[in-house]
Design a protein around this ligand. Sequence first.
Ligand code: HEC
Ligand code: HEC
Ligand code: HEC
Ligand code: HEC
Ligand code: HEC
Length: 394
Amino acid sequence: MTRLLAVVALLTACTGAPPATSPAPEQPAAPATTAVAGLDLDDPSACATCHDAIVTEWSGSMHARAHHEQDPVFAGLRSLRMKKEGEAVAQTCAQCHTPRDPANTDSAAARAGVSCATCHALSAVDTSGAQVGAAALTFSDDGVLRAQHDIHSAVAPHGVGKAAPWIADGTSVCLACHGQLKNGQDVVTCNTGPEHAASGVEQSCTDCHMPVVDGPAGNVSTATKHRSHGMLAGHGLWADPPQVELMKSNLEGRLSRSGDRLDLTLTATSGHHFPSAFPGRMVLVKVVGLDASGEVVWHNFTDDPMTQDPQAVFNTVYVDADGKPTLPPYGVSKKRDTRLAPGETRTLTWTVPAGVEKTKATLLYRLVPPPAVAPFGLEGAPEATAKPFLTIEE
Ligand code: HEC
Ligand code: HEC
Ligand code: HEC
Ligand code: HEC
Ligand code: HEC
């Protein structure tokens, strides 16, 4: 039962959603100097001469590791689905994971993943949600690279032009891949864009995921600050040292006791559900009770929270036509969704035995649910473990 429930979470990720803002009509590109011979727009290391800080940040992000040879979790589900559905399914993944060359995942442009050119060599973005990934992105490929500024002088070795509205608004370009994704049965499996639109939160995606950091974006910039391209989220917990700040920033928690009743009250404050995006994500709440000598004498679960304390798992579960838990791509409906909604306050409750003097809750994050570890070929991999990101003491 447990294993089945957790098998749930295998899915693909997100896609185009209702536009937060519609992009302005395409601007005529400023005096379009085309790429100077020798500058390969699909080679992020070629940008480092002038935009070095950004190249360093991007290199540590999951955008730089979106190709299957760089990401064992993506590789695991990709192989599984290719076996079940045929090799051609990899073409659909490529739309978002290797968007600069979806037809040939072995090319250098594809291996660069969600590369600089993916977001900057654009002349339009379709935010209607009708198309996803590369299909929603119109690549200019005339050597013009644009971001949030109007740049008129041809000071760069590539073309520059008017600010790109889909970049400047901080959300539209993201929705091409992080909006909404439905499976073949028309069931929503990934919903970050609509969750964000419905949240009422004013911040854009970049406000939270591209925080302003000190220093210029590179040696051609005179600014003292820029937005980081590190795109931190869950994977930051696997960095060395672990990057926990963003994960914690989402939550406020308090433990309180009255008699033998213990309450944990959690309030989520991020711009979408927690967790969001890839439906395999899980947040686990592990609570322990300590006696007067500091020894653990009680816990809410030992090894299997889905059966031992289901309230302590924030996740989704999809079922097939027989009502049995299945992978999200094959689900006919979503049976369970215990993720925290943005703005939600939830109280979890336990009865603790006499002798417990003090309690402590630890929140842990999983990239993939335990039953998916073997099918994804992740046994023994660091990505298969649960990582703590927040401790709350009574
Ligand atoms: C030889 C230096 C040089 C190289 C190499 C270079 N650029 Fe630029 N780039 C510039 C200059 C100069 C500007 C003008 C704006 C500025 O001062 O930042 C610019 C502007 C930009 C902008 C617009 C920024 C904004 O503020 O709106 C983007 C996007 C950009 N470059 C991306 C890239 C990418 C991607 C690459 C690699 C494929 C690259 N550049 C390679 C010098 C360079
Ligand atoms: C519409 C765009 C889109 C498509 C199509 C897509 N993905 Fe993704 N995928 C994403 C995004 C965005 C993320 C990051 C979500 C997150 O971090 O939770 C992601 C993350 C993942 C992850 C988690 C990776 C990790 O390191 O934890 C897996 C696994 C995955 N995708 C598998 C697939 C497979 C297999 C396919 C093709 C059958 C596919 N995706 C198609 C956009 C897409
Ligand atoms: C996922 C999309 C995405 C990718 C990939 C990406 N960028 Fe950006 N970039 C942005 C956004 C959004 C901004 C605007 C930030 C802001 O509003 O301040 C930006 C801003 C910039 C700027 C202007 C910085 C400044 O403040 O002057 C430059 C230059 C730039 N990017 C270069 C690059 C380079 C080089 C790469 C690859 C190493 C890259 N970007 C990869 C989305 C992206
Ligand atoms: C062309 C598709 C595409 C676009 C555009 C895009 N992303 Fe992504 N993004 C992905 C994929 C694919 C992944 C997951 C890669 C993997 O894990 O293999 C990802 C991963 C991420 C992650 C890391 C999540 C984690 O688990 O740590 C964050 C954060 C993120 N994207 C934010 C953004 C933001 C913000 C924007 C807009 C500025 C954006 N992305 C634009 C495809 C895209
Ligand atoms: C108010 C801040 C905020 C805003 C706005 C926001 N996020 Fe997040 N995002 C977070 C926090 C905090 C997390 C980590 C906790 C979680 O997983 O929800 C996160 C996690 C993520 C993840 C990884 C999800 C996972 O569990 O692996 C992706 C992908 C992501 N955000 C993309 C986006 C995109 C795309 C937008 C805009 C449509 C956006 N976010 C808007 C704060 C924000």
